[in-house]
Design a binder for this molecule. Structure first.
Ligand code: SF4
Ligand code: SF4
Length: 437
């Protein structure tokens, strides 16, 4: 959209709203566009935090300080409470800090429930037999389903952000968790039409189904879809019965095998070797390339970027953005894989802790490490993660596929001047700039 066509702001949350439809230039209350946009930014980051908190609570992990932040954050965007742009920047940074704490809580919940992930090869084809595909982020839902399908002969497949589930000992122990089908969330319609399986959507990102598979799709947890049976709680009998009524899949091995499950411990067990290789000039630079994938054409950048990287570089990845690159055979550098999948988007905390450990190992700050973050954003978890990284003082992040639409010139100025945030450009030029910085 051309910048001139954009609304300066949009707010319709109180009865004073212009013409009873919406304040779009300036609020009747006096709220100015930058404050309105910073309120939106805070609300989006807070939604991201709420999603992680939801999954932690599902596993019995809570933190009242995190709940208290949600209250303060939502309340600050109420009518006639806070008109202070600088305070909303401060609150966004606080949201980033709170999100770090939330991701730590969720990681603890995952590891204490299912064990720490270990590198695991995952097949991408089908295995003969009836099947259920599970999509979303809900490890608890997947764990319950695996238990309930154990011994039934049904094969369970992950999709999108559940790929990292294969690395958790408490989940991979189920031999009928046989593989991963498809890539990032937006291939659902085509993928679910192709395979005659039952489908369980456990969280975002689920898409409104095509008619052809609506009756074999189910939701659980926070997900709901029109005309799709929702399963409250964790008794997945209807999904299992549906799978039993469907034809068997053929044995058809996939073209690639994916590797996931690089936990913090696994990566840090390699730290002395990594240090040696960096000092010997065999590893020149690390990149974190990942985040929330988006179907925009511009997101093709991320694959091209990784394909063009020199062979003395290592790529860490996470979230569904990994599907842009995780079929690439990047090889290794003296036994260190050049592509390291750290997990789901909430495993950004693992990336942060690895970066902190490497900074300590090399005796430098995070920004002095030979490390560049090249992130893709799609929705509100990514906003929370971006603010976490900014709150930790990470500078020079490259963001794509587009600049968030609520960022106006004032906000962009803060993001570029304080955090050196950059928008992705041409892959080759960006790589040159990153490696020469
Ligand atoms: S809170 Fe302010 S900007 Fe929002 S609708 Fe009311 S008057 Fe308009
Ligand atoms: S990483 Fe982001 S875009 Fe991808 S499935 Fe998860 S929440 Fe959705």
């Amino acid at each position: 959209m051309d910048k001139k066509e954009r609304l300066d702001m949009f707010c319709y949350q109180c009865s004073q709203t212009v013409k009873g439809t919406g304040c779009t230039v300036r609020g009747i209350c006096g709220k100015v566009p930058t404050v309105a946009r910073l309120q939106d930014n805070l609300l989006l980051a807070t939604k991201g935090i709420a999603a992680y908190l939801y999954h932690a609570r599902e596993l019995g992990y809570t933190d009242t300080e995190l709940d208290a932040f949600l209250e303060r954050s939502f309340y600050s965007t109420f009518t006639n409470v806070n008109f202070d742009a600088a305070d909303f920047v401060r609150l966004a940074v606080e949201a980033g800090e709170i999100n770090v704490r939330t991701m730590r809580l969720l990681k603890k919940a995952h590891v204490e429930t299912y064990g720490e992930p270990e590198p695991t090869e995952v097949q991408t084809g089908t295995v003969k037999g009836r099947g259920i595909v599970v999509t979303g982020h809900g490890l608890k839902a997947l764990g319950k389903l695996l238990k309930q399908t154990d011994g039934t002969g049904i094969k369970v497949y992950t999709h999108s952000e559940l790929l990292p589930a294969h690395g958790y000992p408490g989940l991979k122990k189920y031999k009928h968790l046989v593989g991963n089908l498809g890539k990032a969330w937006f291939d659902q319609k085509q993928l679910f039409s192709k395979y005659p399986v039952a489908i369980l959507g456990t969280s975002n990102c689920v898409l409104i189904p095509r008619e052809e598979y609506r009756d074999r799709m189910f939701t659980t947890g926070p997900a709901r879809l029109p005309g799709v049976q929702h399963i409250p709680g964790y008794d997945y009998t209807p999904v299992i019965e549906k799978a039993k009524s469907l034809p068997e899949l053929e044995e058809k091995p996939g073209e690639v095998t994916l590797t996931t499950g690089f936990s913090k411990s696994v990566v840090l067990s390699l730290k002395d070797k990594i240090k040696q290789l960096v000092e010997a000039g065999k590893i020149r630079h690390f990149f974190l390339v990942g985040g929330c994938d988006s179907p925009l054409k511009r997101a093709e950048y991320f694959r091209e970027f990784v394909q063009r990287l020199p062979k003395d570089t290592v790529v860490l990845t996470l979230a569904c953005g990994k599907f842009r690159i995780n079929d690439l055979n990047l090889g290794d550098i003296d036994g260190i894989p050049r592509l390291i999948d750290l997990g789901q988007c909430n495993d950004s905390i693992v990336a942060i802790e690895i970066a902190e450990a490497l900074a300590e190992l090399f005796g430098v700050g995070i920004n002095e490490l030979p490390l560049t973050l090249v992130l893709s954003w799609m929705e509100q978890k990514a906003v929370a993660i971006l603010w976490s990284l900014l709150a930790l003082g990470v500078k020079g992040i490259y963001l794509g596929p587009i600049l968030p639409a609520w960022v106006n010139d004032d906000i962009l100025k803060v993001l570029s001047e304080n955090y050196d945030l950059r928008l992705i450009g041409d892959p080759e030029e960006d790589i040159e700039q990153m490696l020469s910085a």
